[in-house]
Design a protein around this ligand. Structure first.
Ligand SMILES: *[C@@H]1O[C@H](CO)[C@@H](O)[C@H](O)[C@H]1NC(C)=O
Ligand SMILES: *[C@@H]1O[C@H](CO)[C@@H](O)[C@H](O)[C@H]1NC(C)=O
Ligand SMILES: *[C@@H]1O[C@H](CO)[C@@H](O)[C@H](O)[C@H]1NC(C)=O
Ligand SMILES: *[C@@H]1O[C@H](CO)[C@@H](O)[C@H](O)[C@H]1NC(C)=O
Ligand SMILES: *[C@@H]1O[C@H](CO)[C@@H](O)[C@H](O)[C@H]1NC(C)=O
Ligand SMILES: *[C@@H]1O[C@H](CO)[C@@H](O)[C@H](O)[C@H]1NC(C)=O
Ligand SMILES: *[C@@H]1O[C@H](CO)[C@@H](O)[C@H](O)[C@H]1NC(C)=O
Ligand SMILES: *[C@@H]1O[C@H](CO)[C@@H](O)[C@H](O)[C@H]1NC(C)=O
Ligand SMILES: *[C@@H]1O[C@H](CO)[C@@H](O)[C@H](O)[C@H]1NC(C)=O
Ligand SMILES: *[C@@H]1O[C@H](CO)[C@@H](O)[C@H](O)[C@H]1NC(C)=O
Ligand SMILES: *[C@@H]1O[C@H](CO)[C@@H](O)[C@H](O)[C@H]1NC(C)=O
Ligand SMILES: *[C@@H]1O[C@H](CO)[C@@H](O)[C@H](O)[C@H]1NC(C)=O
Length: 711
């Protein structure tokens, strides 16, 4: 009896694969080991086919997706060639396309993203409704291999996402993020089968009109992140180092697209539009300069010029014009949205999306509604009711209800991470399940049917309400670290429970390809790097010497600084440096430097050690510099004295310690709407690349350098 119960349990438990998201699965007896599959065979008949039904205008071919899959396998030390062939080969993957008719979304429509995964002892065949469907099938394989110790159970999965728009929105207007960070985020999202990355490219801090003078508003933090040399937008963007050039934007879009993720750009107006008013002050409403004065005859032409300049950059069929939280005249607003939608369609044949703001009104003369082909991104019930205002009037609606909003680091109203309880148990009136058609988590009457074809999917935003010094780049990732995979399961239509999610996520996290958002460093023990300078070895032809790493990880460094054998130290100055093969280490870490400072150049920020994500400085206070911001302690280092300086990254906090003194925490003072400062932790990666060198601003000695992941 006990055996039978166990057998039934196993059968039920394996009726879907417990990946993120889950995949429906009909299991057979046995498994195939990834190690035993020797090549990826791409069906010759479809190698150059692309999916034209998705939002991207640069869809990869089946063969290109196969090559990216091969790169991912390489990260598991599995090297397989990509070949062309007419049919499956024993001991291989076979990637092909099949009849799309069997892959249906929640509304019962054909979905290009569906796939069939057939795993037999002879090999694995993925048959996609399109190349994108095949790509999602490869994600299932990578995940199952991690979850099943390098093997895939035999059986068949026929899997289709319920909704076509699945993803996240990042506020890159009030906080800059480097291109590489965005590309890593796409890789992370793609692993969980999200296909949309909405990038909010312009915004400003809240214009507190009760408090700010006109002049202060005109100086308030406001940014436009695209950089063009075109004279028609000269002066709009004054911050090239915190912007995306055409080349960088192409890199972001094509990297994301290569993993099935479409970058959806947003340029925000006529609200949150202070950056345009700082450019052309006559375009602002005198009552609130963050709002455009649409009745000024120059406003719409100016915004058309901006869009004409940047539309050729955008490799997507839909663009976002913002149109959020406009509080001035509704008729002006509707005219603005329609004029922009017309312009965008005429110039580029693209569709337009807006945030739900002023719902349509019927049977009211003199009121022009927004075109029904403008898609609506619903976010709050005080703005609109997505079902009654939009869906019932034939608008398509994307669910971005603020029940899944995240505001980075601090907010008076929103959480700092995605609410996982809500993700897994969201709607009590719907037996505890949340999916993209659930706009209102507490009132079922407000929700359309699951199969309503006007529900596009869900995109969950992360806002940087309090600007650039609230967080470092990676804190956007940490705010979403478990939220992305959790939401991804539900956006697809998956069935994970919170408990299953926890197990799967912890197992998968270290194996997500093509990104290192956590800045992990491989190490044999808790000591990652251990240099002393008493015995430099091996003088190189280029005049550098090897610094032996005693950790056992062989992270040997190089230096052209003279060693001082009497003091067992390296003599560091602006004319020499010490370089490690590492660059950055994420939480948790302890970085310890024993050093003696003999001279600090008062004219510049002295750099003790610099890395890809941060720089440790003496300004002269001990300072971490990252993302263009300084985070200073009220402590400095005594001169002419050997001290041991430790930097500690512990969870979401960062500390420094000198010798055996108490730890002091780096904190950030976040300005809240000009009203007060909020002091919060800041989690900064350890800088690991270079000590000394041109412009370092100090002379002295380094006795040892150690990095550990114990805290
Ligand atoms: C995992 O697979 C390896 C061989 O690939 C095997 O040695 C090991 O015993 C397996 N572990 C478990 C828990 O099955
Ligand atoms: C908006 O612009 C119009 C036309 O230029 C002007 O008459 C009006 O005063 C402006 N309104 C505000 C509030 O700035
Ligand atoms: C315009 O876009 C639509 C929808 O994406 C597409 O079907 C159509 O072929 C495009 N027309 C042109 C001229 O590119
Ligand atoms: C929405 O579409 C339905 C069916 O095509 C039509 O009967 C109805 O009038 C439309 N409603 C509006 C507001 O356009
Ligand atoms: C920082 O981490 C602590 C402990 O894990 C947690 O309670 C807190 O909410 C985190 N803060 C932020 C802003 O994420
Ligand atoms: C998370 O969501 C649940 C269910 O909606 C709710 O009860 C809880 O208060 C939320 N937690 C936070 C921190 O907002
Ligand atoms: C639920 O939504 C319906 C439709 O909008 C509304 O009539 C009703 O008052 C709401 N119920 C509650 C308890 O808010
Ligand atoms: C989720 O469960 C339902 C009901 O068992 C099933 O029809 C569906 O295929 C499952 N979806 C996924 C993605 O596992
Ligand atoms: C010096 O040469 C070694 C190889 O011998 C190389 O690894 C190192 O990067 C070189 N250093 C510099 C500063 O060029
Ligand atoms: C960009 O340049 C400005 C002006 O020099 C500087 O204040 C800011 O820190 C820089 N930003 C970054 C991310 O380095
Ligand atoms: C540097 O530290 C001193 C105390 O040692 C403090 O008074 C000063 O405000 C700090 N400077 C900055 C810019 O944080
Ligand atoms: C870092 O340490 C904290 C405890 O301070 C722990 O909660 C967290 O899981 C650790 N993070 C990593 C990545 O090890």
């Amino acid at each position: 009896m006990a055996t039978l119960v166990a057998a039934i349990f196993v059968a039920c438990a394996t009726a879907h694969l417990l990946g993120i998201p889950t995949s429906p699965f009909a299991p057979a007896e046995g498994e195939v080991r990834l190690q035993d599959l020797g090549s990826i065979v791409v069906d010759t008949n479809f190698a150059d086919v692309v999916d034209e039904h998705g939002q991207t205008l640069i869809p990869p071919t089946l063969k290109e997706f196969a090559q990216t899959f091969a790169q991912d396998l390489h990260e598991f030390a599995i090297d397989v060639p990509v070949k062309l062939g007419e049919s499956p080969v024993k001991g291989s993957y076979f990637l092909t396309l099949g009849d799309p008719v069997k892959y249906r979304d929640a509304a019962g429509r054909e979905s290009p993203e569906g796939y069939t995964l057939s795993v037999s002892a002879a090999g694995i065949t993925i048959t996609g409704a399109s190349p994108l469907g095949v790509w999602w099938g490869t994600r299932t394989i990578l995940q199952q291999a991690v979850l099943s110790n390098g093997s895939i159970p035999l059986g068949t999965a026929v899997d289709t996402p319920g909704w076509g728009t699945r993803g996240m929105m990042l506020d890159a207007g009030r906080h800059y993020y480097p291109p590489e960070f965005l590309v890593d985020l796409c890789a992370y999202m793609s692993y969980f089968k999200q296909n949309t990355f909405h990038l909010h490219l312009s915004d400003n801090l809240y214009n507190n009109v009760d408090l700010y003078t006109r002049q202060r508003s005109l100086e308030l933090y406001a940014r436009f992140r695209l950089w063009s040399d075109s004279p028609v937008v000269a002066g709009l963007n004054k911050f090239k180092n915190e912007s995306y050039t055409r080349q960088q934007f192409d890199f972001i879009q094509s990297s994301c697209a290569s993993r099935g993720v479409t970058l959806l750009p947003e340029i925000e107006a006529p609200g949150h539009a202070l950056v345009f008013v700082q450019w052309k002050p006559e375009l602002g409403l005198s009552t609130d300069l963050s709002l455009l004065n649409i009745s000024n005859p120059k406003t719409i032409p100016t915004m058309k010029t901006v869009w004409s300049t940047f539309l050729p950059w955008f490799q997507t069929k839909t663009v976002h014009i913002g149109a959020d939280e406009y509080t001035a005249d509704v008729n002006d607003y509707n005219d603005f949205v329609n004029a922009m939608a017309d312009h965008i369609h005429t110039v580029s044949n693209k569709s337009t999306r807006i945030w739900g703001t002023f719902p349509p009104k019927y049977n009211q003369s003199g009121y022009t509604n927004i075109y029904q082909n403008v898609s609506i991104q619903h976010w709050e019930y005080f703005e609109d009711n997505p079902l009654y205002d939009y869906i019932e009037n034939n608008y398509t609606v994307l669910n971005s209800d603020d029940s899944f909003y995240v505001v980075n680091k601090w907010s008076g109203s929103y959480p700092q991470t995605v609410n996982l309880t809500r993700t897994f148990e969201g709607n009590p009136s719907n037996r505890g399940l949340w999916y993209p058609y659930i706009f209102d988590i507490s009132n079922k009457t407000n929700n359309p049917l699951r199969e309503d074809s006007l529900v596009l999917g869900e995109v969950a935003p992360l806002w940087n309400d309090y600007g650039p010094n609230s967080s470092v780049y990676s804190e956007a990732f940490y705010a979403w670290k478990d939220g992305i995979p959790a939401l991804a399961d539900k956006q697809w239509g998956g069935n994970l429970t919170r408990e299953e999610f926890g197990h799967a996520f912890n197992a998968l996290l270290p194996f997500i390809p093509a990104q290192n958002l956590e800045r992990r460093v491989r190490s044999k023990s808790s000591t990652i790097l251990d240099y002393t300078f008493n015995s430099l070895s091996l003088l190189r032809a280029n005049g550098t010497q090897t610094v032996a790493d005693r950790s056992g990880n062989a992270y040997d460094g190089w230096t052209d600084c003279p060693s001082d054998s009497a003091n067992s130290s390296l003599t560091v100055s602006p004319s020499c440096s010490m370089i490690t093969p590492l660059s950055s280490k994420g939480r948790n870490y302890t970085l310890t430097l024993s050093l003696r400072i003999d001279n600090l150049d008062p004219a510049i920020d002295a750099t003790i050690i610099a890395g890809a994500d941060s720089t440790l400085m003496l300004t002269p206070n001990i300072t971490l510099f990252t993302g263009g911001e300084y985070y200073r302690l009220n402590t400095s280092i005594p001169l002419y004295q050997r001290v041991e300086l430790s930097l500690i990254g512990r969870g979401n906090q960062t500390f420094a310690k000198i010798d055996t003194s108490l730890e002091v925490e780096f904190k950030t003072g976040i300005g809240i709407n000009g009203e007060h400062f909020q002091w919060e932790p800041i989690a900064i990666e350890a800088p690991l690349k270079i000590v000394g060198g041109l412009g370092c601003g100090w002379n002295g000695k380094v006795f040892d350098l150690r990095l550990s992941n114990s805290i």
